[in-house]
Write a protein that binds this ligand. Structure first.
Ligand SMILES: *Cc1c(COP(=O)(O)O)cnc(C)c1O
Length: 371
């Protein structure tokens, strides 16, 4: 008896091609494994991706945020305004700098509510940190206007939005851009990060800080740290950065298939892009019909070899560690809370194709119709 083999569909899977393997081998043979020429090459590609004059490679996306905050001179008494519907790193980087975090709610596209942001800004506010969640840029025109009007710093959490743009301009170029190259991101190196900026001074300070504060060999000019990246990791990321537009296009094509096939499913809320914005579909996150048990849906899909993700099961400000923190202004964020209870991220990554998307949609519609 023959049994058809079902290929598992993963919510995230690193894609490593022969070019990456060859570049890794080149690094191993070169004798220069850290902060060497492959890192420099990756930085050039990172700057091209963000449309900035500088990209500085660092250890990970969290370091990118910490260093970006540091060069804005963030410290005790200062406030960072951001969203609670994000990965913890966004808030952690501010809290670890000794600053306050003020959470404001999102809109139904999962990015910061600009009207609430305007209300949240006060004399303590130093940094506005929008998150381009799931690959959709936050509304950058009004955000930049607010930042400018109040003389604030803009740090973009672009960890999920490599190559995304708003109003024709790439994310990471509006303020200080922070990208992650973690294994599941649109461009990945296993671990890694990039800070992007057009500001020569900011770039110089970050380069110095990531290397123990050295402006030259043992020329210490600041209290720095080790946030150097290895050339092995840079080698993994280079081929992806070279074809970032193709990666984004493949993800968008998958998202189009999902949107068309799932349209009209009762109670299911689909994610959308925004006119003027280019969504790079780090995740395709739906809101399940109200009253449906998300764990049951995910488990039924798992039975059909399809994995989904819950990004994120809680708004950060609903978790005691943040809500009860003496430097967190938790605020009231009903949209973030509601979204956190219903969200489910479906596989959409560029290692998948149309047939995978169709199998996924059939499976999801089947599960929902039985629920
Ligand atoms: C992944 C991620 C980070 C942190 O990046 P790491 O490389 O894991 O340190 C920060 N913010 C968001 C929104 C992320 O998704």
């Amino acid at each position: 008896m023959s049994q058809s083999v079902v290929t598992p569909i993963a919510v995230a899977a690193p894609v490593v091609d022969d070019e990456a393997r060859a570049l890794v081998a080149e690094v191993l043979d070169s004798g220069q494994l850290a902060q060497g020429p492959m890192v420099a090459r990756m930085e050039d590609l990172g700057a091209a991706m963000a449309g900035t004059t500088h990209a500085i490679a660092v250890n990970n996306g969290t370091d990118a945020l910490e260093l970006a905050f540091e060069v804005c001179d963030l410290g005790p008494g200062d406030e960072v305004v951001t969203v609670p519907f994000t990965f913890a790193a966004t808030a952690n980087a501010a809290l670890r700098a000794g600053a306050n975090v003020r959470f404001v709610d999102i809109t139904d596209d999962f990015t910061i509510d600009v009207d609430l942001l305007a209300d949240a800004i006060d004399e303590r506010t130093k940094i506005v940190c929008p998150v381009h969640l799931y690959g959709l840029p936050a509304r950058m025109a009004p955000i930049c206007e607010l930042v400018e009007r109040h003389g604030l710093h803009l740090v973009e959490d672009a960890a999920q939005a490599h190559g995304a743009s708003d109003g024709g301009r790439r994310v990471g170029s509006f303020g200080v851009g922070c990208f992650s190259l973690y294994a599941t991101k649109n461009v990945m190196a296993g671990e890694g990060g990039l800070v992007t900026t057009d500001d020569d001074d900011v770039a110089e300070r970050i380069r110095t800080l990531r290397n123990q504060g050295m402006a030259g060999r043992y020329d210490y000019v600041a209290i720095g740290r080790n946030s150097r990246m290895t050339d092995l990791q840079a080698a993994v990321a280079i081929p992806q950065l070279e074809r970032i537009d193709a990666i984004s296009a493949a993800r968008a094509a998958n998202a189009d298939v999902l949107a068309a096939a799932l349209d009209g499913t009762p109670g299911l809320v689909l994610p959308a892009s925004r006119p003027g914005a280019t969504h790079v579909w780090h995740q395709f996150t739906v809101l399940l019909p109200e009253g449906i048990d998300r764990d049951d849906v995910a488990e039924s899909l798992r039975d059909e070899q399809i994995s989904c993700g819950v990004y994120y099961p809680n708004a950060l400000n609903d978790l005691p560690v943040y809500r009860d923190h003496d430097r967190v202004i938790a605020g009231d964020t009903p949209v973030a809370r509601a979204v956190a209870t219903r969200c489910l991220s479906l596989p959409v990554h560029h290692g998948l194709g149309r047939a995978d998307m169709e199998r996924l949609c059939d499976a999801l519609k089947g599960v929902l119709s039985r629920s």
